[in-house]
Every structure is written in structure tokens, then in C-alpha cells.
Design a protein around this ligand. Sequence first.
Ligand SMILES: Nc1nc2c(ncn2[C@@H]2O[C@H](COP(=O)(O)OP(=O)(O)O)[C@@H](O)[C@H]2O)c(=O)[nH]1
Ligand SMILES: [Mg+2]
Length: 360
Amino acid sequence: MIWFKKKSKDTDNKEEIASDDGVISAEDIEAVDVEPKEVVQDDAADVDGGASQGWLSRLTGGLAKSTFKITQGLGDFVTKRKLDDDALEELEDVLIAADLGPHTAAALIEEFARERFGKDVDDQEIKEALALQVEALLEPVAGRLQIEALDNGPYVVLVCGVNGAGKTTTIGKIAERLMRDEGKSVMVAAGDTFRAAAVEQLRAWADRSGAQFYGKDTGADAAAVAYEAYQVAVDAGVDVLLIDTAGRLQNKTNLMDELQKIVRVLRKSNEDLPHQSVLVLDATTGQNAFSQVQTFGEMIDIDGLIVTKLDGSAKGGVLVGLAERFEKPVYAIGVGEKIDDLRAFDARDYARALMGVSDS
Ligand SMILES: Nc1nc2c(ncn2[C@@H]2O[C@H](COP(=O)(O)OP(=O)(O)O)[C@@H](O)[C@H]2O)c(=O)[nH]1
Ligand SMILES: [Mg+2]
């Protein structure tokens, strides 16, 4: 599967955040927290399934704030220092501050101590060793949203998550990728019937990506929209149906009822539906993402995660904690607002970018 793996003409964010003297200071890092960058839209001819330097520098730039917390925290280890209990405690604090979560931080430190306790270590060694450990942790969850070709109807993906997580945007990005890179026909269904403008927002993404659209007015029954969209998609011979949903977590009972009803009603047509339920999480919510996985997991079976807003988030470590705690596959990551800003999740690239280890 080739989507997300493509050359990008993005500018190198690393350079954009470096100050004149080449040293990245806290002020520079704060300055990164601006509107997402305009990116040059590539055309299909650039898809090569291989080189990913552009996106990697974008990820590195995006994770710069998270990385900075770690590299700054390792300041005391710039000169070699004996790895004793005090040093381990400091390291653990650094990882917690970088949003890996206390449990994951403790597990990583324990493993690190097993190898190096009593030895002299410096910051570079620590970063490289931890990057390897983080990579090993992330590797099992580095998944892909695999769309199967079915002969009895579309492959159905239900997309859920709290308001503002990036569901609608992500659906637009997925639709575009599936059509452009895999030649699939896609329909999107406006199951967020709660928020005014939500239906129009999805329609706009459908127009942008060229996907077919099914929706009703605000206030319509979301389960009915999903049910009817499936029927229309079957009749139209569409390959993939992506269903958007509402995310009003302030009313958990209603949301749970609504999501469960969507699933129940879809299964009247075909008991395998939905083929995938994807939870979209906003990385900038940090540790709150844990309770979102928990809460949505209590409502419906979540098959995989998509983590958005990793461009410029200071909370990139949260993905490591999620991997350790829930072991759910991460199907993709969002690194911007544009149609092209959804990427495959690569464990090694992510771990090294987060820990500030550069390839050279
Ligand atoms: N910077 C950035 N913004 C994103 C990303 N994904 C979504 N957004 C923005 O987040 C906001 C909410 O997205 P939306 O798709 O409407 O969320 P929904 O309520 O879950 O459907 C919008 O302004 C999007 O442009 C991302 O990966 N990076
Ligand atoms: Mg939405």
C-alpha cells in the first residue's frame, strides 16, 4: 500500500525553526506554534512509495516542541554522568514532562537501567538508547488502514472521536488518498447531524477530493444516514464508504446511544459492518487522549487510531503512551490541515524524531 509514502515539496520546518545562530531556543520553539504552514500540493505523479524526506522533516519540525522538552531535560547529561538512582529519577521526569505518561516513562527507565545502571552515560547515548526502546514499543502498533476489496458492497469505515479531533478533515484526506493512490471509488456519509455546518463541511471535503457524498440536514437521525448511505453505496458499486459521526462528549450517554445505534442499524444490512471503527485523537489534548480511547472503547469496538495535529504539537510523546497502554494500531498521523497532510505512521522515524536523534 503506497498512500502517505510520498515525496513532498514541503519546506524544511527544521530550518524554519532554527534561529540565526543555528541553536533552537525556547523562544524559537514557541514561535513554531503558529498557523499550520501552507504546503505545496503535489500531484499524483510524485507518489513514489519510497523517499519520505519531506514528510520526515515536517514530522521533525512538528515534534520540535516535544523533542525540545527532552533535549532540554537532558541538559545535565551533556557531559558524561554516572547512571545512578538520582540520574534515573531525573530521566523519568524528563519523559513524563514530554507526555509519555508516568507508566510508560517508568517502563522505559527500568529497561534503560537494566542495561546501563552504574555506567557513565551522556545525552547522545541516552537519546539513542531511548529512541530504540520507543521504536520497539511503537513498532507493533504501526499499522495501515487496509481497505479490502469486497464483492457484496463497500468496505465501511466508521470514524469517531470528540468534537474538533479532526474526523471530518481526516475523512477528506483518506478519501483523496484512496481515490488518487489506489484508484478506489469512495463515498462519504455525513453522520455528524448534530452540529450545524458539519454536513456542509463534509460536503466541501467531498468536493475537494472528488468523493461521492451522502447526507441529510442537521438534526437528521445519524443511524438512518449511515444505513441509507450504505444502501446507496451498494447500489452505486462504491468501493469504500467513510462514515463521519458527531463527537459531543459533553453528553456521553447520547453519544454512546448514537454510536451504538449506528453500528446496530448498519448491521441490519450486513452483520460485518462496520469493517473498521477508527478513533481520531487530537495529539494536542495530551494525556486526555487516554480517557478518550477508554471512553470510546466502552461505547463501540475501536479497531485503530489516527492521531492528528502532530504538526507543532508539544505532546508528541502521548502517542508512545497510547501504544504502550492500549496496543491499538495507529493507522495514520495528521501533520497539517491540508488534504495531503495525512501520513503513514513509521515507528522508527517517529521515535527518532521525538528523541531528537538525527540520521546522518
Ligand atoms: N494543524 C492541524 N490541524 C488539523 C489536523 N487535522 C485537523 N485539523 C484541524 O482541526 C480542526 C477540527 O477538524 P475537524 O475535521 O472539523 O474535526 P471534527 O470535529 O473531529 O470533525 C479544523 O480546523 C482542522 O483543519 C492536523 O493534522 N493538523
Ligand atoms: Mg466533523
